[in-house]
Design a protein around this ligand. Structure first.
Ligand code: PLP
Length: 433
């Protein structure tokens, strides 16, 4: 499979190049040249297949031309060593719990898949060692670091804003050691992101080191997220609820929902999508007006969605041939304030005892306000509520149990490299590693 750039100014790349580079040379995002529909017999029996079996069929459509079948199967099966259960919350609304991976975040799947794919290119295809740079406001760093831990030939640098991530989040990427280095930047998340961007653009640095990104701009991180949508459909079909499915995705950089839109293009029978935003409602405004106007991000209690210029918007636009009209036919939007998010967490908890995290709450609420008679709604519950402990405990006025997986990280010793926010210091550090 070849990958073209959404900016159409760069030569097409093969999978290895697209994964190793992350971003095309014209700063566009890579898109697969074709999206292969899956056959009717697959959808006819999807409810009899396991998460791993379904995902392998989906992965094969994207990567089967480029990766030997046995290798790809192993990558998929190793990545998905946990379940993604569908839980009924109220009436016709279901939660697809994406938080049963090692760091309790949906980004675990993309992180683990990308690490294994890149590991394969390094070991088998003579790819020289790769350095992964990732800027994080909390969640991405832990999923990527844990996904790449111990993979030979890859070193990961996690840049995070000093004092601005929760202790649990910080422990998940500062205590790992081995091939993971945590860089504690004296600045904000935007400063971290700016350092990473400058590093990718610096000629001298790139001649010295092979650098790539593990944010959802990378095809190896974002495409595997399509597995979730097929598995959600399979579980609904088993329940006899698959006739008119609406999927709602709490969205920030729009990687997750874009993977779902790819799934629909492959023939997955989802009627429509809802992209739910917090106050960072750039996409919502785009749907309303047809104009895309990036804004500085504002801080909210659903902070993994605090994005003012969603990087995968370019992919959404490209997928629909740039047509606003085509997009609004399949995707609608929602936007919620912190008060509305809190209210939703509390209301659902009081009514059903199901505890939403602030991101999932945006998903639930949009379905509860938009679902029509005869439709079944699924929202993606993107993180375990214990990852947003203080916020959630304050809302419900009760203690929240911290899962053992999360607690285990608390015992490790934090090790970081302190860094100023100017690029010269960061560059000098990378030139000398
Ligand atoms: C990353 C993240 C999101 C947003 O996902 P995108 O793919 O960036 O749209 C939503 N919720 C949580 C908990 C996340 O970590």
């Amino acid at each position: 499979m070849k990958y073209y750039s959404t900016n159409k100014q760069a030569p097409v790349a093969d999978l290895q190049e697209a994964v190793v580079k992350g971003l095309a040379s014209d700063k566009g995002l890579f898109m697969p040249e074709s999206i292969k529909p899956l056959p009717k017999e697959f959808f006819d029996q999807i409810e009899t297949m396991s998460f791993q079996e379904i995902s392998y069929r989906v992965a094969d459509a994207f990567f089967g031309e480029d990766i030997p079948a046995e290798t790809l199967k192993k990558i998929v099966y190793d990545t998905l060593s946990f379940d993604v259960p569908l839980v009924n919350v109220t009436e016709e609304i279901y939660s697809l719990e994406l938080f049963h991976g090692p760091t309790l975040a949906f980004k675990d799947v993309g992180g683990r898949f990308m690490a294994r794919l890149l590991g394969y290119f390094i070991k088998k295809q003579g790819q020289k060692d790769v350095n992964v740079l990732v800027a994080t406001s909390g969640d991405t760093g832990s999923a990527v670091a844990n996904g790449f831990l111990g993979v030979e030939g890859i070193h990961v640098y996690v840049l995070y804003p000093k004092g601005k991530v929760s202790e649990i989040q910080e422990k998940q990427f500062t205590t790992l050691g081995q091939n993971i280095t945590a860089i504690e930047v004296d600045g904000t998340f935007d400063d971290c992101q700016a350092l990473v961007k400058s590093a990718f653009m610096d000629k001298e640095l790139n001649a010295h080191l092979s650098l790539t990104s593990a944010n959802s701009i990378n095809v190896a991180r974002f495409l595997p997220q399509s597995f979730y949508y097929f598995y959600a459909y399979a579980q609904l079909k088993k329940l006899g609820k698959a006739d008119n499915v609406v999927v709602c995705v709490p969205s920030g950089n729009f990687g997750n929902i874009t993977a779902g839109l790819f799934g629909k293009r492959m023939g997955l029978p989802i009627s429509r999508f809802i992209a739910s935003n917090n106050k960072n409602d750039i996409f919502y405004q785009y749907l309303k007006t047809g104009k895309y106007t990036p804004q500085p991000s504002v801080a909210t209690i659903a902070n993994a969605m605090d994005v003012g210029d969603p990087s995968n918007f370019a992919r959404v636009l490209d997928l629909y041939g740039g047509s606003h009209e085509a997009i609004v036919k399949e995707v609608s939007g929602a936007t919620y304030t912190d008060e509305q998010i809190s209210e939703t967490v509390q209301w659902v908890y009081n009514k059903t005892h199901y505890l939403l995290d602030p991101h999932g709450a945006c998903g639930y609420r949009a379905l509860s306000e938009n679902l029509k008679p005869g439709e079944t709604g699924v929202f993606l519950e993107t993180a375990h509520p214990a990852k947003f402990l203080e916020t959630v405990e304050k809302i419900i006025g009760e203690k929240v149990d911290i899962p053992a997986k999360l607690q285990a990280f608390m015992h490790g010793e934090k090790k970081t490299v302190p860094m100023e926010k100017d690029f010269a210091s960061f560059k000098q550090y990378l030139m000398n590693v």
